[in-house]
Design a binder for this molecule. Structure first.
Ligand SMILES: *Cc1c(COP(=O)(O)O)cnc(C)c1O
Length: 393
């Protein structure tokens, strides 16, 4: 038995996306740049996918650029805006402390190149304050980049307000929407954003493909140079199968969104309520402003890694936070940025659900947690100290 509760890391391929890809793989291997009919048919399919994806986020087809995924989209958006700003004497960038590493590490690179980066606080609830952004904006601010929803704790940011502030002040605004697209309503005009990143494999599409939305009039520089694909902004033969699969997955996700938000958030609430009786445990983030399926918890006195291994032994796939940082023993930068103490951040568990999960699965997860947490505490020297009151908070 496998219970998959790690959908913030990646999702299974939907039947619809799989079939769309298989049909194309069997039927047409043409290169969209070729002039013959096979190539032109492939091009048509790519353009249809572009239009479908644009419709899903309120964009125009010529504002959609296909990339290899969310990381590439983030890199291209940030580097483009940074270098564009630098040419005009603007070398200041604003972001938040708990962005994805695709954003934070790109900002680190820019810092080494002489850019100045302000990372705003995300507070205990994991939500950026728009007024902090407003007061951080300076004459020389080239870019504001704030994620739509956090991948570890699921909190949704006040993107519309931040976008409005940036628009008023004439600063380019990018949002990493990888966790949001396909899960909650995303509209580039309501968001007031100039650039937005999407990744297919976070909404039941194939891996290795994504989108950078770039508003008409916002300057975009290629990361990958070569052919004239993507209107000279992203060279390389299009990943036709992936693009078509991604569009199929997104159309389906958007069509079923209202229903899945209700269904998935009920599953999440079942988890939150179900762990309520475990002493010295708490849920990180903000229950009201949250993605439907993401819940992040801490259990004092245990190691998240041990909890994960034992859950895996029960067939349950979960995460201690970001897939990108697991394997390292450093506690999550997201939890630390929210003020969770280092010792407690070590005992974190992220469950991320989607509409493939069932109530029965949630009950199995809950019963595993109720067995494993007391067991790990019974062999934990830290828990013993907590019991004796030796650990001061
Ligand atoms: C998964 C993720 C990414 C990276 O997307 P890839 O397609 O895996 O490169 C970026 N940002 C966030 C918030 C993510 O969750």
């Amino acid at each position: 038995m496998t219970i998959y509760a790690d959908n913030a890391a990646t999702t299974r391929l939907s039947e619809t996306a799989l079939n769309a890809m298989l049909d194309l793989m069997k039927d047409n291997y043409g290169n969209p740049s070729s002039l013959h009919h096979k190539g032109q048919r492939a091009k048509e399919l790519v353009e249809e996918a572009r239009e479908d994806i644009a419709n899903c986020i309120g964009a125009k087809p010529n504002e959609i650029y296909f990339t290899s995924g969310g990381s590439e989209a983030d890199n291209q958006a940030i580097l483009s805006a940074a270098y564009y700003g630098a040419e005009r004497g603007k070398k200041h960038i604003i972001s938040s402390k708990f962005e994805h590493h695709a954003v934070l590490h790109t900002l680190d690179k820019l810092k080494k190149e002489g850019f100045e980066v302000t990372l705003v606080d995300v507070y205990k609830n994991g939500i950026v304050k728009p007024e902090d952004i407003a007061s951080a904006i300076r004459e020389d601010t080239a870019l504001v980049t704030i994620m739509t929803a956090n991948n570890e704790v699921g909190t949704i940011q006040p993107i519309e307000e931040i976008g409005k502030i940036c628009k008023e002040k004439g600063v380019i605004f990018h949002t990493d929407s990888v966790q949001a697209v396909g899960h909650i309503p995303v509209d580039v005009n309501t968001f007031n954003c100039d650039m937005l990143s999407i990744s297919s494999h976070k909404f039941n599409g194939p891996k290795g493909v994504g989108v950078l939305y770039c508003r008409k009039g916002t300057v975009l520089t290629p990361l990958i140079n070569g052919g004239a694909q993507e209107r000279n902004k992203r060279a390389g033969t299009e990943y036709t199968y992936g693009i078509v699969g991604m569009a199929a997955a997104l159309k389906e996700a958007v069509k079923e969104m209202d229903e899945s938000i209700k269904y998935v958030s009920a599953l999440r609430d079942r988890i939150i309520d179900g762990v309520g009786d475990i002493e010295r445990s708490f849920v990180n983030g903000d229950r009201e402003h949250s993605l439907p399926g993401t819940v992040n918890m801490c259990f004092e006195g245990i190691e998240g890694e041990s909890l994960l291994l034992l859950l895996d032994g029960d067939g349950i796939c979960a995460s201690s936070g970001s897939a990108c940082t697991s394997g390292s023993l450093d506690p999550s930068h997201v939890l630390l940025s929210m003020g969770v103490p280092v010792e407690i951040a070590h005992g974190s568990l992220r469950l991320s659900l989607n509409s493939y999960n069932t109530e029965e699965e949630i009950d199995i997860i809950l019963s595993s947690i109720h067995r494993i947490v007391p067991y790990l505490r019974s062999i934990s020297p830290v828990w013993e100290k907590i019991q004796k009151g030796e650990v001061v908070e």
